[in-house]
Design a protein around this ligand. Structure first.
Ligand code: MG
Length: 317
């Protein structure tokens, strides 16, 4: 597997300082991060069509589901069925979230080749989301990542609450860098920095990315995951691109939020991201019209309009 297969911009020259990458890898999270917040269980065939349409629209990384315990997230209890029914498009990666070793066992049985783990950037969120302390989470993830790497899987690490925590407030940058480094040292090839409650602003994004770079973790190892709670997701993404990041998480139609942060509105919408990248002349490979059609279709399945500004602008029904 080449660096390009792993989503790393191996053939793209590094941007000039303050410049933009020539190409961005969009990590589509709608089917997992988006749907996991939906109370009403979405039928399997709708999920499969959603995945199919996202890949057809040109997305090359589509996070497919999570092997979280079905009691925690009933919406994703059909993870194995989703994987079994997936109409895999050549050249598309279908990573899945794996919370622990039991989840890894299920993912391996389903034949996955890409996984992601979800770590907490703060003590409080670690206790609430993972039921263990900040330090103890790494001991839990160590055998997950170790076994996955030994099996030849690509592993991504999510780090959440990077830019603010609803219980602790501001999160020290050194704590974030330390946590991120520990995930990379476990064997994660890429680290996705999550603004889980959507409070980040562009100057803070630059400061966090500078701190990682100063600690020897370059932007090529990083992705960004913004929420649009305060309307800052695109501004934050632009700041990250100018700092050298070329992997961006987003969710078709802006699906999803965070069950632990009541105020957290949706993920950055993939359509909004694509519109900005088009304007900036940054390549991404996505057919915007096909994607917006897909999100409008999914919104009809869910019974409410997409929160994406671009979907609203492009789709008149
Ligand atoms: Mg999210």
């Amino acid at each position: 597997m080449s660096a390009l297969d792993l989503g790393l911009p191996a053939t793209v020259p590094p941007p000039e300082p303050g410049g933009l990458p020539a190409e961005v890898t969009i990590w589509e999270v709608g089917p997992r991060d988006g749907l996991q917040n939906e109370r009403e269980v979405v039928p399997l065939e709708v999920k499969l069509e959603f995945l199919h349409r996202l890949a057809e629209a040109g997305l090359r990384v589509v996070e497919t589901t999570s092997f979280v315990h079905p009691d925690w997230v009933p919406q994703l209890a059909d993870a194995a069925d989703v994987l079994a029914g997936l109409d895999r498009r050549p050249g598309v990666r279908y990573p899945v979230l794996v919370p622990n070793e039991r989840g890894l066992d299920r993912a391996l049985r389903a034949g996955v080749t890409d996984i992601a783990i979800f770590a907490a950037g703060t003590e409080t969120f670690s206790r609430r989301n993972l039921n263990r302390g900040f330090d103890a989470q790494f001991a839990m993830f160590e055998p997950v990542v170790g076994r996955a790497v030994a099996e030849g899987l690509a592993v991504r690490g999510y780090l959440s609450m990077v830019f603010g925590d609803p219980w602790e407030g501001p999160v020290p940058v050194e704590q974030v860098v330390t946590a991120g480094r520990r995930l990379l040292e476990l064997g994660c090839e890429q680290l996705s920095l999550g603004d889980t409650i959507g409070v980040a602003t562009p100057g803070q994004v630059e400061a966090v990315l500078r701190a990682f770079d100063a600690a020897g973790i370059p932007p090529a190892r990083l992705a960004v995951h913004f929420h649009d709670t305060y309307g800052q997701a695109l501004a934050n993404t632009a700041a990250a691109l100018r700092a050298g990041v070329s992997a961006v998480d987003s969710s078709a139609g802006g699906l999803g939020g965070c069950p632990y942060a009541k105020s957290a509105t949706g993920n950055l919408a993939t359509e909004d991201l694509v519109w900005m990248l088009d304007g900036l002349g940054v390549r991404h490979g996505v057919d915007l019209a096909a994607l917006a059609d897909t999100s409008a279709w999914m919104a009809r399945q869910l019974g409410r309009p997409s929160p994406s500004r671009v979907v609203k602008a492009l789709i008149s029904d």
